[in-house]
Design a protein around this ligand. Structure first.
Ligand code: GLN
Length: 290
């Protein structure tokens, strides 16, 4: 990392980009601008506006630190501590999976298929709370429960609910579906159940991008030997969690839609469907309770 303490904002951006490129970052110029915008405090627009201003000593230190972390493939979202999802601003930490654009397909599917205007939503494996809170932002009269096995993730989700003005309609409960009796304390039945469970087959974890593999919570990624462990448990629990006619929507990984559809059909669910994300991957599998 070159000494950025004697540089202008524009020069710093040009100095940082090659460091990021050397670390294997796909879009080094864009990320250099985002990291500088974070350090300057005004976002990427500020980088352009201030390009001829010198960096202060504090800004130079903060930039060097941010670039060093990014070069170690700490996700950008964890460095800046935020990520946008469904046009809402979410806090992100190392204890939560970073919300991904693909997961907006789950929100779209829920909005489209939910019966009437739902009054209650359950999000299993809520992480940042992004699925639950996006839905509550759309269904103004609804309330919901977010469940996670990680207390640290639940603390982030609660912060996000408060930050988005949704705390009065969102409750967060610790439960671990790998333990017997996990579903009993959640209340319900619910009108809608959504989940982005861990679904990466254990053997594929080693081949993930280092940003994901080394820095995102393993608990949110690993779906067991074939990636489907969580679905087997969750699909079985739907009968007790959904009211008749209620909607379930699951995010699935690449090439998992048929398997998850089959699990839902075998569990007696109706109207089993898959919906593609913007990349053309069948991403949201949904079904209605009989
Ligand atoms: N979409 C994430 C990834 O592929 C995985 C999330 C999950 O297992 N639910 O990086």
């Amino acid at each position: 990392m070159p000494d950025v303490s004697v540089l202008t904002v524009g020069q710093a951006q040009r100095a940082v980009a090659p460091v990021l490129r050397g670390a294997g970052i796909d879009e080094p110029v864009l990320e250099a601008r985002l990291l500088l915008g974070f350090v300057l405090g005004g976002g990427p627009e500020r980088v352009l506006a201030d390009r001829d201003e010198p960096l202060s000593a504090d800004q130079a230190r903060a930039l060097a630190d941010a670039v060093e972390r990014r070069a170690r493939r700490v996700p950008l979202s964890q460095i800046v501590g935020r990520r946008e999802f469904w046009s809402l601003d979410f806090k992100v930490t190392a204890d939560t999976l970073t919300p991904r654009a693909d997961s907006e397909t789950i929100v779209e599917t829920a909005l489209e298929r939910a019966p009437g205007t739902p009054a209650s939503v359950l999000d299993l494996g809520t992480g940042t709370g992004c699925l639950l809170l996006a839905l509550l932002s759309e269904w103004k009269g609804a309330s919901g429960v977010g469940v996670d096995a990680s207390e640290d993730a639940l603390a982030v989700a609660r912060d996000n609910a408060a930050g988005l003005g949704l705390a009065d309609r969102a409750r967060f409960i610790r439960a671990d579906w790998r333990e017997p009796g996990w579903a009993a304390r959640l209340g319900g039945p619910f009108d809608v159940v959504v989940s982005n469970p861990p679904y990466i087959p254990e053997a594929d974890i080693a081949g993930l991008e280092p940003d994901v593999r080394d820095h995102e919570p393993r608990l949110a990624l690993s779906g067991g030997a074939d990636g489907l462990d969580a679905y087997r448990v969750l699909v079985r629990a739907l009968a007790g969690l959904l009211r008749p006619g209620g909607l379930a929507v699951f995010e699935v990984g690449v090439a998992q839609a048929d398997d998850v559809r089959a699990l839902l059909t075998a569990a007696g669910m109706d109207g089993v469907q898959a919906r593609a994300d913007l990349g053309g991957v069948a991403r949201a599998v949904s079904a209605l309770a009989p």
